[in-house]
Design a protein around this ligand. Structure first.
Ligand code: SF4
Length: 234
């Protein structure tokens, strides 16, 4: 995609989503870190249901470590892979207490050294909690970047590197949110909503014209698109 089209692409997304925010409910960097760790292969909605009960009781490393693995499991057992996640959250909370004064570290290296925290989680925390210009590449961002031609790459790291290279600096702070929301609510995996897409013009997807005119058949098992929630939160 040419730099001119990239500018048009982001400008349109910024207009469509003036104040994109994380859909994972949190009030502190630690709550965000826990929520992101819990969200692996789970929905944000499901995580929020669990953390709405957990955080009023325990929302600091000391309080969650005090719950112990079994105590934490009681709050998160509705989330997939909860046993492994409980172990990771307890272990990372103890490391925060032992090595970081009970605070969430602000460096990628320290974040990725925590149990259950990979590059994507570190990028989310650095971007959302600390305002760093990082782009976390999840399944939605990966699809949008490749399908539209914005930043093609064979794996998430390649896409992330490409996105950081081509995204104009003024859009970097929110780029992750723009792309994840766009993928989640418009550029759907099985049936992208090209007919009402704000980036239809710069998008380089070859099938977009057919889909916009209704000629392309939806893939089998395509889900009904869900509505963009109020405030367009991620
Ligand atoms: S035009 Fe279609 S394929 Fe292109 S970004 Fe929009 S929804 Fe996705």
């Amino acid at each position: 995609m040419s730099p001119e089209k990239i500018e048009v692409f982001y400008r349109a997304l910024a207009k469509a989503m003036p104040e994109p925010k994380s859909e994972l409910e949190h009030t502190t960097p630690y709550e965000l870190l826990v929520a992101v760790v819990l969200s692996a292969q789970a929905t944000d909605k499901g995580v929020n249901i669990a953390t709405r009960k957990l955080f009023p009781i325990a929302n600091t490393p000391a309080k969650i470590a005090a719950l112990g693995v079994e105590g934490l499991e009681e709050y998160i057992r509705t989330i997939g892979l909860y046993r492994g996640k409980a172990k990771n959250v307890i272990a990372l909370s103890q490391i925060l207490l032992d090595q970081h004064g009970g605070e969430v570290p602000r460096t990628r290296e320290a974040l990725e050294a925590l149990p259950g925290v990979g590059r994507k989680t570190a990028n989310v925390v650095l971007n959302v909690a600390f305002g760093e210009l990082t782009i976390a590449v999840d399944t939605h961002v990966f699809r949008v970047a490749n399908r539209t031609g914005l930043a093609p790459g064979k794996d998430p790291l390649a896409v992330e590197t490409h996105l950081l290279k081509v995204t104009p600096k003024k859009y970097l702070q929110n780029a992750h949110h723009y792309l994840i929301l766009h993928g989640r609510y418009t550029c759907l995996a099985k049936k992208p909503l090209c007919a009402k897409c704000p980036v239809y013009e710069p998008c380089g997807f070859k099938e977009k014209g057919k889909i916009a005119k209704g000629e392309a058949k939806p893939a089998k098992g395509a889900k009904k698109p869900s509505k963009l929630p109020k405030g367009r939160r991620v």
